[in-house]
Write a protein that binds this ligand. Sequence first.
Ligand code: ADP
Ligand code: MG
Length: 322
Amino acid sequence: MAPNSAASLPDLAVSIKGLVKRYAPNKGQAEGKLALDHVDLAIPRGGIFGLLGPNGAGKSTLINIMAQLVRKTEGSVKIWDIDLDRDPRHAAAAIGVVPQELNIDPFFTPKALLDLQAGMYGVPKAERRSMELLEALSLADKADAYARTLSGGMRRRLMVAKAMVHNPPVLVLDEPTAGVDVELRQQLWAYVRELNAQGVTILLTTHYLEEAEELCDQIAIINNGKVIACEPTAKLVSRLDTKEVLLTLGADLASVPAALTPFAAELKDARHLKLHYRPSDTRFATVLDAIRSTGIEIVDLTTVETDLEDIFLELTRRQPAA
Ligand code: ADP
Ligand code: MG
């Protein structure tokens, strides 16, 4: 199912509404884990979309529901406009999934594995492109090797090839760079970008902001089974582009000196002043010069950088208590 005639292309590659997953309780548990708590997600066609969240957030659960490996509790999932409940077979044909857990049969060769997978999807022999995929993922020289001799990074790339055998318009990668070294990571990303340039919509999960930032044009943050942010990458990252400077003063201060107002200065109490600046457009020296110009006596100075943890905390704090 190649992305083809423009007229029939959906606006959304994936549309998820009110998705709930509660796992079955373990022995002795009254209630199973609520892994997804009414998730809504609209993934536009044509982009690279990042699903970012800490371990245990619910990312794999969401992916595995899309891949029909996990049964949802409630809600609706449409892939390429095809409802998972109404037409699971066509929904499956529209998506390729690289799962987080790599289970490769150790006795298959990469070439045989891809041929088999293509057969499972009913791809006619003449249209199979196992070697082409292996080449694209720098695995051609391993085509006939036993899968068990492949390194972690090679296995990951083989799984990407496997997910693409039926040429789906949507490719989903669950933590694609776990256990992949830096060089291979770059190769994998280059391939993902190339697929995207060819029109494949990409969804990837990661718990590294850096990875999402480098690849994705839009990022959703998921925490405790809830989507707590979903916005263009640049906008999300601009929230990160802020540093705090905390000053401990040697004498009481009654009000914020005018020279410090450009730094959104706040007087926490008479002896503590907090400033903010954006490292991308303001040098720390400029901040220091402004502080010196006021003549206030500084006993201590600390700077704090916002990181992903802070964003998670900030965003989760804003949520009404469950
Ligand atoms: P992530 O991929 O973001 O790390 P997961 O979707 O794997 O998160 O897990 C979300 C939550 O659901 C976690 O608390 C996890 O322990 C729980 N969970 C995942 N799979 C199962 C399962 N098969 N049975 C019970 N609980 C599960
Ligand atoms: Mg996971």
